[in-house]
Design a protein around this ligand. Structure first.
Ligand SMILES: CC(C)(COP(=O)(O)OP(=O)(O)OC[C@H]1O[C@@H](n2cnc3c(N)ncnc32)[C@H](O)[C@@H]1OP(=O)(O)O)[C@@H](O)C(=O)NCCC(=O)NCCS
Length: 220
């Protein structure tokens, strides 16, 4: 019997998570997970699934031990708020699902913490460690011996090289590329299509090729 997963988020990241799970079931006959609904503060329904609760009253769902959760909220540039909402829902680590789409390659030695989702056509190289509830979106590549903190988000087509360290709740945006051995701090953003040739300090957004400081992430 399939394990039941509830997606926390909306039709953006959450909808894509749902469609990956559906695809694993329909095309690959991988029935390990089934989506039963969403947690969302604004909608009654997301991508045809019922919204079962808002983020303020999620504890009732957590009490039901049948349910697992998948984190789908990643607000690029509002990384501090993303983490605040995550802390507020306070879901025990073991209640997060860890899901890999069947078209992804994840080397055997990779460590994926609970709540990690790896989407279509991704690659994660050997000895890499991905922190809790990080989201690796379609066509993203992450090299070997890279260490990624919790709640990080890799947008479509991002390329993160090897021996890289990324802190807590940071983003590598659409098509961005991070050269090997660089360091991206906590709550930091490698902007869309950027080439990261220098380290990005905590709270900073860098864009361009080679990337330069653009602004700090929002504090609110
Ligand atoms: C980091 C990011 C959020 C910054 O965007 P923003 O907040 O809209 O940027 P601003 O409005 O402060 O832009 C300030 C300036 O920087 C420029 N700029 C913004 N992002 C840029 C980028 N990635 N590369 C180059 N220049 C950029 C803007 O054109 C603007 O220039 P101007 O002052 O000459 O008009 C954006 O670049 C980004 O990465 N978005 C996320 C895309 C993504 O991954 N989505 C998820 C899909 S799965």
């Amino acid at each position: 019997m399939s394990k039941k997963v509830i997606i926390i988020g909306g039709e953006g990241n959450g909808g894509i998570i749902a469609s990956c799970i559906e695809d694993n079931r329909e095309r690959f006959n991988d029935l390990e997970w089934e989506v039963v609904g969403f947690v969302n503060d604004y909608e009654k329904e997301v991508c045809g699934y019922p919204v079962l609760s808002g983020t303020n009253n999620i504890s009732k769902l957590v009490e039901n031990k049948e349910y697992y959760f998948m984190w789908g909220i990643h607000m690029i540039g509002r990384n501090i708020l993303t983490e605040q909402v995550f802390r507020k829902v306070n879901i025990p680590q073991e209640r997060f699902a860890t899901i890999i789409h069947k078209t992804a390659f994840v080397a055997k030695s990779v460590i994926l913490e609970s709540g990690v989702f790896v989407m279509f056509n991704c690659y994660i190289g050997p000895q890499t460690h991905i922190g809790q509830c990080s989201l690796i979106m379609a066509n993203s590549l992450i090299g070997h011996d890279t260490k990624v903190g919790a709640l990080c988000h890799f947008s479509l087509g991002s390329i993160t090289g090897s021996y890289i360290t990324i802190g807590l709740c940071s983003d590598v945006a659409l098509g961005a590329k991070v050269l090997e051995k660089r360091k991206i701090g906590n709550y930091a953003v490698a902007g869309a299509n950027s080439l990261i040739t220098h380290d990005i300090p905590d709270y900073e957004i860098h864009v361009g090729s080679p990337a330069k400081f653009l602004k700090r992430v929002r504090e609110d």
